[in-house]
Design a protein around this ligand. Structure first.
Ligand SMILES: [Mg+2]
Length: 368
């Protein structure tokens, strides 16, 4: 059995827990501070009732509800709360997976009473953070996640053999994970409406565990301390363009590995070795988190620029990212959403056509 915890309107609920004046009110969390020129990245339940949802332009949200409450997103606060909840769940001593900033999964193998465990988890989250979670329990990851959505907010649903059919009959297909993209559109176009329609046509879909949990079980609670790549050049190099190209390439390699593990980093460390400078190493920690190669590169270059090194001769280079956190699945700012889309497209191209099929132009200097 798998237990899936999904926090209810997570960002909005955190804001309401911190500021009781906002409790029960229609509230949006905007990705940027200018309230009329941003995108809703979370809506409280009182706002959802009015048809206001994540992704909507804030201007439209205010058109629907002129006295809507507004708070600018504070990503650090949400990630911190998320990590605290993860720690609380670790206390239950069952294999645990950090699925996203507001979703966690537990493997209940060996658990005698899943429903009372689910209640216990909900109560402890509420007692500690003053926010609610919905819990779904089922034989696999897909159904547990679906179950968590059935009775939102503050829900607790168990899908077992007795209610499997009735729940699937009552649940529209778009609630099922994986139905957002082309797959879902194809199913819906072919006339399937409920999860039960899909089950009758493709029962195997409900048997699969979409991998994510199985792969990560047990391991996922152990984050690496750092991710790094280094390279010894074939000969001592003085051309700053070639040196920068190598720093960029190593930054991209580190970034790819961070993304593969769903990690983001706050600290960038640059290591250089050369005949005159010996070993040089310096690092800087930033408020913002990233797994973008270009950003890591810029930070590494800045470290070099701020050092006393003047056009050094370089033999070996290393880029390391540390202060690692689990990545959020929801970028908050619209520029971030665009950037994420671009990075994801680049990863897809390289996964499909082979590593290095598409690469930043500057890194071609490493090939000369
Ligand atoms: Mg949620």
């Amino acid at each position: 059995m798998i237990l899936h915890v999904d926090m209810d309107a997570f960002f909005a609920s955190i804001e309401q827990a911190i500021n009781p004046r906002l409790k029960g009110k229609p509230l949006i969390v905007g990705s940027r501070g200018s309230k009329m020129h941003t995108v809703v990245c979370a809506a409280s339940y009182a706002a959802k009732v009015l048809g206001i949802n994540s992704g909507m332009a804030s201007r439209e949200a205010f058109a629907r509800c002129p006295n809507l409450e507004f708070v600018a997103a504070d990503q650090a606060k949400y990630i911190w709360t998320s990590e605290q909840i993860f720690e609380l769940l670790q206390g239950f001593n069952l294999p645990l997976n950090y699925a996203s900033v507001d979703e966690f999964q537990m493997d209940l193998t060996g658990c005698q009473n899943p429903v009372s465990l689910g209640k216990d988890i909900k109560e402890q989250i509420y007692a500690n953070f003053n926010i609610t979670a919905s819990v779904g329990i089922a034989k696999n990851w897909l159904l547990a996640k679906l179950a968590s959505k059935i009775d939102k907010p503050d829900g607790l649903t168990l899908i077992n053999d007795d209610n499997f059919e009735s729940i699937l009959r009552q649940t529209s297909l778009d609630k099922l994970c994986g139905m957002g993209g082309k797959t879902g559109a194809n199913f819906i176009a072919s006339g399937l409406k409920t999860c039960w329609d899909l089950y009758l046509n493709l029962p195997a879909f409900f048997d699969q565990n979409p991998g994510k949990f199985d792969e990560n079980t047990g391991k996922s609670s152990q984050k690496p301390k750092s991710v790094s790549h280094s390279y010894t050049l074939p000969k001592v190099q003085i051309n700053p363009q070639v040196i920068r190209a190598w720093i960029r390439l190593l930054s991209e390699m580190v970034a790819t590995r961070l993304r593969q593990q769903n990690l983001v980093s706050q600290t960038v460390h640059l290591w250089l070795n050369g005949p005159e400078i010996g070993n040089f190493g310096a690092q800087k920690t930033y408020q913002t988190q990233t797994n973008d190669g270009y950003e890591i590169y810029q930070k590494a270059i800045k470290i070099m620029a701020n050092s006393s090194l003047k056009n050094p001769r370089i033999r070996a280079i290393g880029v390391t990212c540390s202060s690692l956190f689990w990545g959020t699945s929801q970028p908050l700012l619209s520029e971030e959403i665009r950037k994420e889309g671009l990075i994801r497209a680049l990863d897809r191209i390289n996964n499909r056509f082979g590593e290095g099929s598409i690469y930043p132009a500057i890194t071609s200097f490493t090939r000369s």
